[in-house]
Design a protein around this ligand. Structure first.
Ligand code: NAD
Ligand code: ZN
Length: 364
């Protein structure tokens, strides 16, 4: 078992990583309020897929705490990460008289974590105890840690949100075993992102993970998750509100969001879009003389090993237009994240038109 602490401005997250952690969830949840106000109810929120695998087991464990447990099941899928889903959670919370000092648990992938975090941050101006139990690799290495939460609007992704550090994040490698392979691969894109921006050792370590055999690699996967989460903790502690260094976590995301948007969030998963975005960013970096020559080719090879896409799927102009409506745009230039080499990152304010010119070369 590994433990990390994230000290946020308003809250501290305790992060537990290991095999079989879900089976000990009652102990960790109870510890949270050992010397603080005891909640009167616990509400577990999950989605229609995760429900089948883990809701009953979690509820049975939580019953050991001796506090009533209720649940709410979201319809799975990014297309349901919207205000309507939040509003339905508010209904459940108010119909069941959930109070300010109660506990909300998000059990699921990044979509569930983002929706539930936002509901917990806003209902009654903030519920006292928020626990994230991420069940996808992406959520374990990225979205469950750092406090960013929110939902999409028809105008774009993650346009409404809050920052609410969870009190506890329980990361259990066992739950990854029921993930569809494609969802596991999706998370690998974020793992590779950490390798690019901070820790090249990660890129060596993943070469030991055979896609046909990843459910027998608990130790390796736990070590990978631990490294990724460690990076996220350091970055978030340095810049919780994303005014500077936290932007490095967006490596591959500017173009990635454009790709996701053009595919109506259906054609490409988040990880696939980020994979394309990271590759294009390396190409752009090499063209601007910022990224060391050869990084683009190596990154492409690594991503392709995991069956992740690396080619621009739409004309450069279309991606450019989709990026223009992204919230990270500032005037005509954007803070664009590039690597100098694996493990070394640089953020540069670049005119969007310059990015377009280089992307056009790649598209040819
Ligand atoms: N808040 C942040 O900092 C942050 C960071 C990165 C990504 N995100 C967000 O995360 C979301 C993507 O997260 P995701 O990839 O986890 O998607 P997801 O939550 O949609 O999960 C992917 C699919 O896997 C299913 N699933 C989840 N766990 C499972 C399990 N253990 N076994 C079987 N099926 C399981 C889900 O029901 C879903 O169908 C995006 O909305 C993205 O914006 C947020
Ligand atoms: Zn991401």
């Amino acid at each position: 078992m590994k433990e990390l602490i994230l000290n946020g401005k308003n809250n501290t997250s305790r992060i537990i990583i290991g095999k079989g952690i879900l089976q000990e969830s009652d102990k960790y949840c109870k510890n949270l309020f050992a010397d603080r106000i005891k909640p009167s109810q616990i509400c577990v929120i999950t989605d229609t897929n995760v429900e089948k695998h883990y809701l009953k087991a979690l509820e049975e464990k939580l019953e050991n705490i001796g506090i009533p447990v209720i649940n709410h099941v979201l319809t799975a899928g990014e297309e349901h990460k919207n205000l309507e889903a939040v509003s339905r959670i508010y209904d459940t919370l108010s119909n069941n008289k959930i109070e300010r000092n109660d506990m909300i648990i998000a059990l699921g992938g990044g979509v569930t974590g983002d929706i539930v975090g936002f509901a917990a941050a806003t209902y009654l101006r903030g519920i006292r105890y928020l626990i994230q139990i991420p069940t996808t690799l992406l959520a374990q290495v990225d979205s469950s840690v750092g406090g960013k939460c929110g939902v999409d609007l028809p105008q774009g992704k993650n346009l409404v949100g809050a920052i609410r550090q969870p009190d506890l994040v329980l990361i259990d490698s066992d739950v990854l075993k029921t993930l569809p392979k494609s969802t596991f691969i999706d998370g690998m894109a974020e793992v590779i992102k950490y390798g690019c921006i901070k820790d090249p050792k990660i890129l060596d370590m993943i070469s030991q993970i055979d896609l046909c055999d990843y459910d027998n690699k608990d130790n390796e996967i736990i070590e990978l998750i631990n490294r990724c989460v460690g990076i996220k903790v350091d970055v978030v502690e340095a810049d919780e509100t994303e005014e500077g260094i936290r932007r490095i976590l967006n490596y591959g995301h500017t173009i990635g969001h454009g790709v996701e948007k053009l595919g109506n969030f259906k054609q490409f998963s988040h990880g696939e879009a980020v994979s394309i975005g990271m590759t294009v960013a390396a190409f752009i970096g090499e063209n601007l003389g910022i990224t060391k020559k050869g990084c683009y080719e190596r990154l492409k090879r690594i991503l392709n090993t995991f069956d992740l896409p690396t080619k621009l799927p739409y004309p450069a102009e279309e991606i450019y237009r989709a990026m223009m409506s992204d919230k990270k745009k500032q005037g005509e230039s954007i803070h664009f994240v590039m690597i100098e080499d694996f493990g070394k990152v640089q953020i540069k304010l670049i005119p969007i038109t310059e990015l377009l010119q280089i992307m056009k070369v790649l598209g040819d």
